[in-house]
Design a protein around this ligand. Structure first.
Ligand code: TXA
Ligand code: MG
Length: 362
């Protein structure tokens, strides 16, 4: 049985938080909202509790999880050493959607880091997450609270759908404000490497510490050779995936729109129920060639206006789950411009995609 306790997202009730903290302290599992997505939390210093996370999610043991702290002053509990660049970033962006890779201390069980010498750590910004960290008094290990490989949860309903019956408690603080996971930055390398684009933009990081490298492992078969940076374990190419075959269309806008119309058109003609995910401006254009309002087999979800990638990020995972719930067998989506949160949205779309179509002029 999984219990659900509603909490106020900005001023969480003490009784609910105390109950959740007691579960964490005795080795149980609590899903809770962060500013990015819901996390599935356990006492990071208790190997048996951490093992329960992996079991509940069906997550392979070689995929390390993020440790959440109440404040940067707790870093010595989990990190052996904090490079100056990490200190600067932490001071500026914690609490917030930035996860730093640091050398791990011996206090942290091997299960958390999958045997790696580095630890991924962040201070979340959500009042419910912070209240839970304060009340439990321990660092909390928490991956996203979804079944392994599925779309990350941005509501308590998403968590229950994936993990109901497998965890002790969900703190329901409503939808998460950012909608995509934290940016994972490896600061043990110079220059630092973005292992996963996320809620803190590359621009915001570079403004502070200068140029960083963006690792492109979203399609490992095309990524760098043996000398290049290795993907971190668990950063599988296909991940964050809805249970419908997603075709992602990239490339110049005009040919991309033509491709989308042609792919969706032929899928509809072959009798498939199709989901279409694109920004308002794309949908307006596609309305001239596709039955966007007329065919019950075409389910349309907007990512909002093209100049609002933050809004698109906020809606992304919910839209994918929505399309899944609407019973679509195929989804066709269009990449956003690669700026700001568009980078994180495109990364998740690429990982969710079964195939990527690069549209070209002519
Ligand atoms: O926003 C977030 O980061 C959310 C909330 C709950 O905090 N958490 C989250 O955790 O997305 P998870 O486990 O779903 O994703 C963590 C990512 C994984 O891709 C994992 O492989 C990588 O971070 N990671 C964790 N520890 C690592 C390590 N020591 N070295 C390299 N990559 C690591
Ligand atoms: Mg995850």
């Amino acid at each position: 049985m999984t219990r659900v306790l509603r909490v106020h997202p900005r001023a969480p009730e003490a009784e609910a938080i105390d109950e959740a903290a007691a579960i964490i302290r005795r080795g149980g599992l609590v899903a809770f909202p962060t500013e990015t997505v819901y996390g599935l939390g356990a006492n990071a210093l208790d190997p048996a509790a951490v093992a329960r996370i992996f079991h509940a999610k069906g997550r392979p043991a070689d995929d390390p999880v993020i440790v959440h702290l109440l404040a940067a002053t707790d870093l010595p509990r989990v990190a052996r050493h904090v490079p100056p660049v990490a200190e600067r970033l932490a001071r500026a962006h914690w609490p917030g959607p930035l996860t730093l890779l640091l050398p791990k201390s011996n206090q942290v069980p091997e299960a958390v880091t999958a045997g790696l010498g580095t630890l991924a750590v962040r201070v979340p910004r959500h009042p419910v997450a912070l209240a839970l960290l304060r009340a439990s008094g321990v660092p909390i290990a928490a991956p996203s609270a979804n079944q392994f490989g599925h779309t990350s949860p941005t509501t308590a309903e998403h968590v229950l759908h994936d993990l109901g019956g497998r965890i002790d408690l969900v703190l329901d603080g409503g939808p998460t404000p950012l909608g995509v996971e934290s940016t994972v930055l490896d600061v043990t390398r110079t220059p630092p490497v973005i292992l996963r684009p996320g809620g803190l933009t590359r621009e915001a990081i570079e403004t502070m510490i200068g140029e960083v490298i963006l690792r492109d492992d979203s399609r490992p078969e095309r990524a760098s050779g043996p000398e290049g940076p290795q993907p971190s374990p668990g950063m599988l190419a296909r991940h964050y995936a809805p249970r419908a075959a997603l075709t992602l269309v990239t490339g110049a806008r005009e040919p991309a729109l033509e491709q989308m119309a042609s792919i969706v058109g032929s899928q509809l003609r072959s009798g498939l129920r199709v989901g279409l995910l694109a920004v308002d401006e794309d949908l307006a254009r596609l309305a001239s060639s596709l039955p966007v309002h007329a065919d019950p087999n075409l389910v349309v979800r907007s990512m909002g206006p093209i100049d609002d990638p933050a809004g698109a990020a906020q809606r992304l995972f919910a839209s994918l789950r929505d399309l899944e719930a609407a019973g679509v067998e195929a989804i066709v989506a269009h990449e956003l411009p690669a700026r700001g949160l568009g980078l994180a949205v495109n990364d998740r779309l690429r990982r969710a995609a079964e195939r990527i179509v690069v549209a070209e002029n002519g």
